[in-house]
Design a protein around this ligand. Structure first.
Ligand code: C5P
Length: 226
C-alpha cells in the first residue's frame, strides 16, 4: 500500500508466542518467531495507522513508529489486549497463544527426585483471547482478525475455526515441513465471515501483511469527514 489508507486508524496487533512458566527457570513455549506480527506492525505504520504492538517473547528489533509493549504469558497478553482493545478500530491476533498453562508455577526450581521418576505437570486451560474479543465487541465497527496454523485440510479446518472464533477475517497458514515458523516467507488463504476466500501467494511476510491490510481497509467503515 503506497497510500495512507489506514491513516487515523488505531490498530492493535499481537505477535510472538506466549511462555507459560513451570518454575523460575522452565516454561512451556512455542516456535513462533513474531516475524509475521512484526511485519503487520511495520506495514500498518507505513500505511498511516496508529499501531500498538503487544509482543510476546520476540527478539526482533522494534518496528519503527509502533508503540511496543512486552508480555510473557497468555494471561498477561489477555490483560494487555483487554486494556487496549476498546480504543482499537482493528485487532489482529497474530500471536501464538498457549492453550494451556501449568496449574501453578513452582516457587523454586523443581528438583529431580532420585528414584521417583518425573513429576507430572498439571495443566489448566488458558482463556481464548480472540473468542472473548469477538464475543464482547468494543464497538460494532471494530474489525477482528485471527490467525490459524493448520497442517491438513486447511480450508475445512479454517472455516470451522472462523466460525468458532467469531472473527471477521481468519488468515490460515499451512504449516509443517519447515513452512512458516521462523522463516521469512509465508503463504496463506484469508477466509472472511462474509464467505470470501482470498489466496495470498507464497512470498515475504511483509507482502502477506500488506494483502491482509488491503482486506481490512476494504472492510473498515468509512470515516466521517470534516
Ligand atoms: O485455536 P487456535 O490456537 O488455532 O487459534 C488461533 C487464533 O486464536 C490466533 O489468532 C490466536 O492469536 C488466537 N488465540 C487466542 N487465545 C488462545 C488461543 C488462540 O486469542 N488461548
Amino acid at each position: 500500500g503506497l497510500e495512507a489508507d489506514l491513516a487515523g486508524r488505531r490498530v492493535l496487533i499481537t505477535a510472538g508466542g506466549t511462555r507459560e512458566d513451570i518454575d523460575p527457570v522452565r516454561y512451556l513455549g512455542n516456535r513462533s518467531s513474531g516475524r509475521q506480527g512484526y511485519a503487520l506492525a511495520a506495514t500498518a505504520v507505513a500505511r498511516g495507522a496508529d499501531v500498538t504492538l503487544l509482543s510476546a517473547n520476540v527478539t526482533l528489533p522494534d518496528p519503527a513508529g509502533a508503540d511496543v509493549r512486552r508480555v510473557r504469558s497468555a494471561v498477561e497478553l489477555q490483560e494487555a489486549v483487554l486494556a487496549e482493545s476498546d480504543k482499537a478500530d482493528v485487532v489482529v491476533m497474530a500471536a501464538a497463544v498457549a492453550d494451556f498453562r501449568p496449574a501453578e508455577r513452582a516457587p523454586g526450581k523443581i528438583k529431580k527426585q532420585a528414584g521417583s521418576g518425573p513429576a507430572p505437570i498439571e495443566l489448566v486451560e488458558n482463556p481464548d483471547i480472540l473468542a472473548g474479543l469477538t464475543r464482547d465487541r468494543a464497538h460494532p465497527g471494530q474489525l477482528i482478525v485471527g490467525f490459524a496454523a493448520e497442517t491438513d485440510r486447511v480450508l475445512e479446518h479454517g472455516r470451522q475455526k472462523l466460525a468458532r472464533k467469531g472473527c471477521d477475517l481468519l488468515v490460515v497458514n499451512q504449516v509443517g515441513g519447515g513452512k512458516a515458523f521462523g522463516t521469512a516467507d509465508n503463504q496463506a488463504v484469508v477466509l472472511g465471515a462474509d464467505g470470501s476466500a482470498t489466496e495470498i501467494p507464497h512470498g515475504p511476510k511483509e507482502a502477506l501483511a500488506d494483502r491482509v491490510w488491503d482486506l481490512v481497509a476494504d472492510r473498515l467503515t468509512p470515516r466521517p469527514r470534516g
